[in-house]
Design a protein around this ligand. Structure first.
Ligand code: 2M8
Length: 453
């Protein structure tokens, strides 16, 4: 009964986190709305509640800025005292582009909304309603892609940069360590603040205080410069072309082209973006030595040689050639991402297990995340690694079934006595949503699995 029960539990988690307007990523730790979470969550809902799936995206796009940027967070005014940072830190009113009637953060996140919108349309029973939804949301998503190519691609090479680790979604990935270390933050330089995340999750599973000081320092740079993109580009010490962010943009371009086709809209501009990004990923971010894609530090003008799982996400967007895909899969199968020979490790740890920086319990420094595995599942299928993809799916569903619908997980299958496999927040929405998607997607399997394990 594993999968039938899991499906019900996952729906309960989404129902529990649903506020009436949007879905909280987790009950206590994350009370507001987050950008890429909403995309993943909408994909889960699209299988059984079109209404909630569509509403999830509408709620997020209420916060869209006039320059097209979709903010990384839309605040719930009733939950302001439950999370740090509050809108007061962001002070988005300093930007002429910020919305006046919705409180948001002042940075963005990996763009998964074209991908989510297309899934909503594809999974709809009521084609007419879903078509209407696509027509309404298409110009907004298009504007958000245009924002990236206008403001975040200064070299006009098809690669967009992020200016804060929060924009990557992989907040404390070791990839950002070399850059954050270069930022010398004296406590007097940054606004006073108190973290609230460590009230609910053990500190050793969350970013360090040194990381937070730098996160706040960067927000201060943005607000002091009124969120002006050109000034930020000149002054920000953190400007990175991240392989996962650009892959998700490429995947979203691909899906936006499909949406434009459905709506009989012109696709030329999006196709140009798409071609350019795919080529640039392979020309600039591919690294033959490590058989994966590396992030690129635009301030120092050099690749960042850190080994994160983000460097494999291009598979999801169809960016690698088949030879590159083969190398990526070989690297995924190696001890760095699969552990020592034997079935000891869930697919896949978020950071190279053989690297000094790897930490099995700490957030984006090693644990397994369901959204990353879900993207790789689709990436592996896309390149014909069907057996590997199916094994990954089974591995992730069994992991979640064993430990619960947590935010992230220890990669180790054999835990020491008393150790919990689930980490961070429990009842985590995107874990639930993407399990739902994996269960429905192979619905012939899911239906059979409903009967027996
Ligand atoms: C985490 O990030 C937020 C800040 O944006 C936090 O730590 O408070 C990340 O895992 C991010 O990827 C995610 O979108 C967010 C909400 O789930 O939490």
């Amino acid at each position: 009964m594993i999968n039938g029960q899991l499906l019900e539990q996952a729906k309960e988690v989404l129902d529990g986190n649903w506020t009436g307007d949007y879905t909280k990523p987790a009950p206590d730790l994350y009370p507001h709305q987050w950008n890429w979470d909403s995309g993943f969550i909408a994909i889960g809902y699209s299988h059984y509640s079109q209404e909630k799936a569509q509403q999830e995206l509408w709620s997020l796009f209420r916060g869209q800025w006039k320059n097209g940027m979709v903010p990384h967070m839309v605040f719930n005014p009733d939950a302001i005292d439950q999370y740090f940072p509050e809108p007061d830190l962001w002070q988005i009113i300093r930007s002429p582009h910020a919305p006046k009637d919705v409180q948001t953060s002042g940075i963005t996140m990996p763009p998964v909304h074209a991908t989510a919108a297309l899934q909503i349309y594809m999974n709809a029973d009521d084609g007419e309603k879903a078509l209407h939804f696509l027509q309404e949301i298409f110009p907004k998503i298009y504007a958000s892609h245009r924002y990236f190519y206008l403001y975040r691609d200064p070299l006009q090479e098809g690669l967009v940069y992020i200016c804060h680790p929060w924009e990557s979604g992989t907040d404390n990935s070791p990839t950002w360590d070399p850059i954050l270390k270069r930022i010398n933050v004296e406590s007097a330089d940054i606004p006073a603040y108190r973290r609230k995340d460590v009230d609910t999750v053990p500190a050793n599973q969350r970013p360090s205080d040194d990381d937070y000081d730098r996160y706040i320092y960067l927000v201060d740079v943005f607000r002091q410069n009124s969120y002006d993109e050109i000034t930020i580009r000149e002054k920000c010490p953190f400007l990175v072309q991240d392989p996962m962010f650009n892959s998700l943009l490429a995947k979203a371009n691909e899906d936006l082209i499909e949406i434009a086709g459905i709506l009989n809209q012109d696709t030329k501009e999006i196709e140009d973006w798409h071609d350019q990004t795919k080529k640039a990923m392979n020309n600039k971010l591919w690294n033959t030595g490590s058989s994966n894609y590396l992030a690129y530090d635009l301030v120092k003008d050099e690749p960042i040689p850190m080994q994160a799982l983000s460097g494999f996400i291009p598979l999801f967007a169809g960016i690698p050639s088949s030879t590159q895909a083969q190398s990526l899969v070989e690297r995924l199968n190696s001890p760095g991402f699969s552990g020592p020979p034997g079935d000891n490790v869930f697919m896949f740890p978020s950071y190279d297990m053989q690297a000094r920086e790897f930490d099995a319990h700490n957030y984006w420094r090693g644990p397994v995340w369901v959204n990353m595995s879900w993207m790789l599942y689709h990436g592996l299928k896309r390149y014909g690694f069907t057996e590997k993809a199916d094994a990954l799916r089974e591995d992730i569903l069994s992991m979640v079934n064993r430990f619960g619908l947590y935010e992230y997980f220890s990669p180790y299958k054999n835990l020491s006595k008393g150790e919990a496999g689930g980490k961070g927040a429990n009842q985590f929405s995107w874990t639930a949503a993407l399990c739902i998607d994996m269960l429905y997607e192979n619905s012939h399997l899911a239906v059979n699995d409903l009967a027996d394990d």
